[in-house]
Design a protein around this ligand. Sequence first.
Ligand code: SF4
Length: 342
Amino acid sequence: MDLVGLFPEEITTWLETRQIASFRADQIFTWLHKHAAQNFQEMTNLPSSLMTELEETFQSPWPIELVASRKSADGTEKYLFALNDDATIEAVLIPEEDRQTLCISTQVGCAMACSFCATGQSGYVRNLWASEIVAQVLWVENRLRAKGQNVSNIVYMGMGEPLANYDALLRSVRLLNHEKGLNLGARRLTISTCGLAPQIKALAEEDIQVNLAISLHATTDAERSQVMPVNKRFPLQELLEACEYYTEKTGRRISYEYALIRGFNDTVDQAKRLKRLLKGRLCHVNLIPINPVGPEKRPSAKVLTEFAQVLKAGGIPVSIRKERGTDIEAACGQLRQTHLQE
Ligand code: SF4
């Protein structure tokens, strides 16, 4: 059990088993989640006997520890964290003028095996606990506060398929969103999925207003299955139906991520097909020049612009994502892979 994965009422239960007053639960939760406390000795309104008991039981508030980091020339920072079982995960901080976006992991490795992804190539190890997901945010929040900044946005776009770790994902969303904690508005949280249709429908039924991003990357089943094996389980039609259901239920616009790979999915015809697929949907397309981890190549800026123009002319809102952190192995799973090889 990790303290940082518990809601106040669950901390209360833990305290009760030790005959400790239940009002301490809110204090502990606030220290952990609102103040991003790095150690139990900072919790100065707790009796020292309780601080010691917390230390003896949990060692540290965070079940993660930094083992490596890289800072890009553009300010992007990548962190490699070790978990209590020595498995490693990545998180990436993307600073912009008006926001600090943190990309976090939900699994060690990933079972989805997307061909363009270093994490997918390394295989699946295990799901993260909610505490391990939330701790990535608290660790970075603690670090940013020293500079007078805060984590403003979270994208569940790091290692792993978030919807394949559904319960821990939702618990982490509710912890980050908790009014006694960081209180990050659900609209500042984006869950990215490779397309697990049943879980997209389940998410639509939850009482949370998170953003949803779909990794689409191709416009036919044959092409998509070639780079994303998940498409064989949930083909495009089933995926898009689940997305439609999500929009109907939540009224939320969905982001479709489309990583352009030269000679694979970057032609004008493919742009027109994408336009037809998304026509009439409440959507936004993010075009991303691929961050290659294998033989894939990026298209030229001209091809990228032409692709975007086809969508724009068809009334599909589109943006081209700025490349960040290419000098620090920013593609998902690259830093971990290097670390494992070393
Ligand atoms: S792109 Fe995402 S879903 Fe696909 S293998 Fe990588 S981490 Fe998994």
